[in-house]
Design a protein around this ligand. Structure first.
Ligand SMILES: *Cc1c(COP(=O)(O)O)cnc(C)c1O
Length: 395
């Protein structure tokens, strides 16, 4: 019986992206030819130079517990990376390495939020944010955006959403799921608003930093005046380095927050996997040019999928500037009946595509915006073309 479970876990929604992937696997096992465009995972393998570093670490007998917050050499590499890419000067005591960026985010919510604290989440946001906030007894405050504003929150919207209970602003840029990137001016305008509200901590999830198609230059909130001492910069290697399963993420943060995350992690995981940490030293110290081939490939696929989707009546796409997702507005289909199925919302639409077109996508509801679906284009060109063909066929 589920009623012996805690209210805490009963209040959590399962990850919609993982759930869709499981459903697609199930249908595949039953013999259906499903094209999976639901998961946020590169279809590349980890680059060889990083794999070699891991093999070397095994041979060098890295097999003991690492420091809870990460090897010193990895912290050195992270500090070098923050300086090189973001012009941020962190010290060792401000860095914590975790089991994926997801755990890094979870730690921060756990150590910063008290019951009832409000967390401003510009919508659409990454699927886990609202549940991580709820697990910390925080209250997600969703700020809606739309395709007209390129799915970005304005400084005025931020100002209007702030209450005396606001404790945190939390966003990703480049954004999963919209691919939008906040430019320097937009971030500066938000930083100006935040100057008047010193109680607010900013969580800036920059895991797609390197997957940027060159329109808007990546900027870190921590680099703006007055923001360094109240911003947690979150990053990781899963996406840009094709290392999802290695499970390494990290933060640069005010040292009191870093210390608290270290304390929490010391009671939960005792630190991240030792071999993966050694491999990430190499990943971060090598030039980002070495992973550019994947970014170039994603850029090409973005062009292809946008072209194909814009050809379908009723799909309205923004032009994603980073990450590897398109987030089409599909409201034109709401209220319609297709092949006997009535589409009332984005969930119905995504389910219709799965069951009738054998294409797995994710409902926009999971990201706090019910007008859209998310399509990952981290798939081969052949799969993308076939998927869109099938989608067209059932619409
Ligand atoms: C994938 C993803 C994460 C989690 O990264 P891991 O390192 O795999 O835990 C965090 N934030 C965003 C926006 C993501 O898309």
């Amino acid at each position: 019986m589920s009623n012996r479970l805690s209210e805490r876990i009963n209040s959590v929604t399962p990850s919609a992206t993982l759930e869709m992937a499981a459903k697609a696997r199930e249908l595949r096992a039953s013999g259906k030819d499903i094209i999976g465009l639901s998961l946020g995972e590169p279809d590349f393998n980890t680059p060889d130079y990083i794999k070699e570093a891991a093999k070397q670490a095994i041979n060098d007998d890295y097999n003991s517990y690492s420091p809870v917050d990460g090897y010193v050499e990895l912290k050195d590499a992270i500090i070098t990376k923050f300086k090189r890419d973001n012009d941020l000067n962190y010290e060792h005591a401000q860095i914590v390495v975790s089991t994926g960026a997801k755990q890094a985010l979870y730690n921060v919510a756990q150590v910063v939020l008290n019951k009832g604290d409000e967390v401003i989440l510009p919508c659409p946001y990454w699927v886990s944010y609202s549940d991580i906030v709820k697990l910390a007894d925080g209250v997600p405050v969703e700020v809606p955006t739309s395709i007209e504003s390129d799915f970005k929150m304005t400084a005025n919207q931020l100002e209007a959403a702030i209450t005396p209970k606001t404790k945190m602003l939390w966003y990703s840029s480049p954004c999963n799921p919209s691919g939008s990137i906040y430019g320097k001016d937009e971030l500066r305008a938000m930083a100006d608003v935040l100057q008047r509200h010193p109680q607010i901590v900013v969580v800036s999830d920059e895991i797609y930093e390197h997957i940027n198609y060159g329109v808007t230059v990546h900027a870190s909130m921590a680099s703006f005046e007055g923001m360094f001492n109240r911003t947690v910069t979150v990053n990781g290697v899963a996406k840009a380095f094709a290392m999802t399963g290695w499970r390494i993420g990290y933060i640069g943060a005010p040292s009191y927050i870093a210390r608290a995350c270290n304390k929490l992690q010391g009671q939960v995981t005792s630190g991240a996997n030792c071999i993966a940490q050694r491999a990430v030293i190499t990943a971060l110290l090598e030039s980002p040019d070495r992973i550019q081939y994947m970014v170039d490939e994603f850029k090409e696929r973005r062009k292809i999928i946008l072209g194909l989707l814009n050809d379908i009546e009723g799909f309205q796409c923004n032009e994603p500037e980073g990450a590897f997702y398109v987030y089409p507005d599909v409201t034109a289909y709401f209220g319609k009946t297709l092949n006997g199925v009535t589409i009332n919302n984005a969930s119905d639409f995504a389910m219709y595509l799965l069951e009738h077109a054998n294409v797995a996508t994710v409902t926009g509801d999971a990201f706090g915006n019910g007008n859209c679906i998310r399509i990952s284009y981290a798939a081969s060109e052949k799969e993308l073309r076939e998927a869109v063909e099938r989608i067209k066929g059932v619409l």
